[in-house]
Write a protein that binds this ligand. Sequence first.
Ligand SMILES: O=C[C@H](O)[C@H](O)COP(=O)(O)O
Ligand SMILES: C=C(OP(=O)(O)O)C(=O)O
Ligand SMILES: [Mn+2]
Length: 413
Amino acid sequence: MTGATKAPRPPAQQPRWAGGVPLADVVGELATRPPLVSAESCYALQRELSLAAAGGAVVVQAGDCAEPFADADRERMTPKVELLGAIADVVESVVGLPAVRVGRFAGQYAKPRSRETERLPDGRTLPVYRGDAVNGTAPTPEARTPDPTRLLAAYDHAALALDALRLAEFLPVFEGPAPSLCLTYASHEALLLDYEDALVRDDDRRGGGYGSSGHLLWIGERTRQVDGPHIAFAERVTNPVGVKVGPDASGAEVGALITRLTEGRPRGRLSLIVRMGPRIVDELPRLLGELGDLAARALWISDPMHGNTRRNHHGQKTRLLPDIEREIRACGAALRAHGLPLGGVHLETTPEPVVECVETEADLATRLDRYTSTCDPRLNAEQALAVARVAAEVRLDRPPVPTPESHRRADLP
Ligand SMILES: O=C[C@H](O)[C@H](O)COP(=O)(O)O
Ligand SMILES: C=C(OP(=O)(O)O)C(=O)O
Ligand SMILES: [Mn+2]
């Protein structure tokens, strides 16, 4: 039969919720809650991103892979914001342009995963950890069961984290005039659509609705299907949005994303966050060539983390600093060849003195014992500042320095 309507694609990466309280009750409760961030502050970020898209600022987005609920207090949030600020300061001082400061925090509580289950060393198989908004990290069937009441806890913890930052005056005030550059904004992956949809609120300034769970919301590599509900969500809201772009993204797909997400919107509305790994050398020039002039409608940001994850000899997820640096350089070179600047950098970082990412191939033999991430390996402060310096040099179009050591040494704040 011709003309049959295509069934809408079901959302990818959603938990199989269980537990005593029905999801619908939780969603109903979330719908009554006040917005976590104001439309005005999302608009303030949009203006900063418009400046970045026009070449007048550089985006710095950084924070945990999986943010723990337990971090939602002032004591733990302040060092995260300070590290983001230190990364931004490096970029500003090297590039000579303001940095747009966007944290992966105050809501980065949900994780897409490669597998549904995890096999433990003792042979048991459990549902995989999907972020504190879904289940717990403890290796028990109870903790790993996706519990919809965690969505309410996610809201509460995001509110606490935002409050902690607001008290420290890092974020725009909730109401009032749009502030100028050098404030800090909150971002997370808009993965759990029941949560995100329930928090859409009226945008009185621009009409329509905005996602009130964070200032910038991004769609991940595993959920960015052009005809999928995550992209439909991103299209619907007035916030600035991001979309991750992996090495298999086709020009047709990304072109359709750009058109859908930028039509009638201000410059800087869409950040394409490139995370291609070693294949970037071939695939980003290919993609930009396929996109042609359309590419200039997005802000292009390098995420040198997610295409470069590997396991060390002990099975721990890690990343090598030289791989990360190489990806930023390759990203900058491909963009430059297409007449576009590197618009910013997207990193997984922590102010904690961990070692989760390493310097050399030889380090893959070592078991990492200063490792607290519950998902992906993060850069510690020293590593993050060194990577920021590389991104800044790339933005300035500086050639690689000959001795890697000399640019890995960055002063701590
Ligand atoms: O950012 C997160 C991870 O890259 C993503 O959750 C996939 O991780 P996994 O392959 O361990 O599931
Ligand atoms: C899951 C993530 O990234 P990606 O969607 O690019 O794999 C992430 O940013 O933590
Ligand atoms: Mn991650």
